[in-house]
Design a protein around this ligand. Sequence first.
Ligand SMILES: Cc1cc2nc3c(=O)[nH]c(=O)nc-3n(C[C@H](O)[C@H](O)[C@H](O)COP(=O)(O)OP(=O)(O)OC[C@H]3O[C@@H](n4cnc5c(N)ncnc54)[C@H](O)[C@@H]3O)c2cc1C
Length: 421
Amino acid sequence: MDSSSQLYWGGGVELTTNAELAILRPKVVGGGSIVNQALMDRFDDVALDDFRSASGVDFLASDALAPYYERAEGNLVLQEVPEQHRNGNAAIFAGGFERNGYRYAPLRRAQADCRFDDGNSCIECLGGCRVDSKQSTAITALPIAEQHGLTLLDQVEVDQIEERGDHVVVRGLVGPPGHQGRRQEWSAQRVVLAGGAIGNSRLLLASGYGGRLPALGRNFFTHPQFMNFGVFDEPVHAHRGPLQNYKSADPGFRRQGFKLENVFAGPASIAMLMPGYGRAHMRRMRDYDHFGCVEVCVRDTNPGRIRLGRKGQLLIEKRMDAVDRQRRRAGADAIRNIFLSMGAREVIEGDVGIGLHLMGGCAIGTDPTRSVVGPDFTLHGSSRIHAADSSIFPKAPGINPALTIAALSLKASESILEAAR
Ligand SMILES: Cc1cc2nc3c(=O)[nH]c(=O)nc-3n(C[C@H](O)[C@H](O)[C@H](O)COP(=O)(O)OP(=O)(O)OC[C@H]3O[C@@H](n4cnc5c(N)ncnc54)[C@H](O)[C@@H]3O)c2cc1C
């Protein structure tokens, strides 16, 4: 609980305005790369065709992005978990897919040495990697940037940005969380926003950009995820060894707008997802070691909106509409088939939806009435404020976003350096 409140904004989780989704928004240096599952996939043509038609940006295509994907992959160690280390949960996932004729594939993770041979269990992975195997920006990009002269300031929350002639002024609060910070101002010729979908939108909205950028805060997507559990008579030991190994690779699932992942989590997180209260909840949690777990990740179609309330407070409006709910249902049905075919005595659907791929709010595009950032990664109407992170996604890709964020950042760096020259 303590680590969650330190790792994420909002004391651990933030809620959407209708409390339908729990939003996990990382706040540490390195952002999501510290806490994420480190799955690294390129986008397919389904995602990129959608991105291109929503944005009018030509380079959002497999061929044009291939060199940037290659460079992004070259900056990381990428591995599949070796067969001999796959745990009971992985065996249920693979067996269930085979029995139902679904297609699956091994996951490719950004990890260097998870020390499985030493008996290391990765259940803590989502709280940050203790053995520095996970290829977070804290051990990949940031040290290189520091060699190139980056000065990193932590424990700073920026709340105002303003373009003034030939420079940009940024203001914020400096100091450890929970303490009264001191206000400070920085000035630079250029600023690259990298606060994520919510961070960037919130900063720009609070700085008065909403009036001139009508699409600001809109087109917000989260890939809502739901963890479902199969309860087995024999222990599964899903918490032992590698956190996860497999993903769905079924064209039918892709068409239906969802994907499935082999995953598990620590007791506190599982308890939060487990339906029921009091004794009934406790009885269920006693089965922790007997749970198999598969997560359905929805490629959401109904865009949300990031807004500020009258007192400047953050409001995250995000609703799953009938299409999104149907996608969740289709995924849950496939999971049920998987667990039952593997002999589960009960299937439990987690009833808390989690939004952890936070995307959009500053969508890239050619039309300033429908997007916020132009194809040169510069805010429409600005020549000095740039953005190159998940906030520029115009749609939900239905594929894990981190590798594409890295690839697009490399592309953005070229056009930003070019403009700076
Ligand atoms: C539990 C979890 C598992 C995930 N698993 C995967 C996965 O396996 N594969 C994958 O591809 N993706 C995964 N993701 C998603 C992925 O991590 C994010 O999409 C990605 O990190 C977003 O990158 P970003 O740079 O846009 O923003 P972030 O990584 O969120 O970084 C934004 C940073 O800006 C800071 N910030 C925001 N506002 C301000 C401000 N006003 N002042 C100062 N700093 C500010 C934040 O604190 C944060 O450090 C996962 C996410 C979570 C939470």
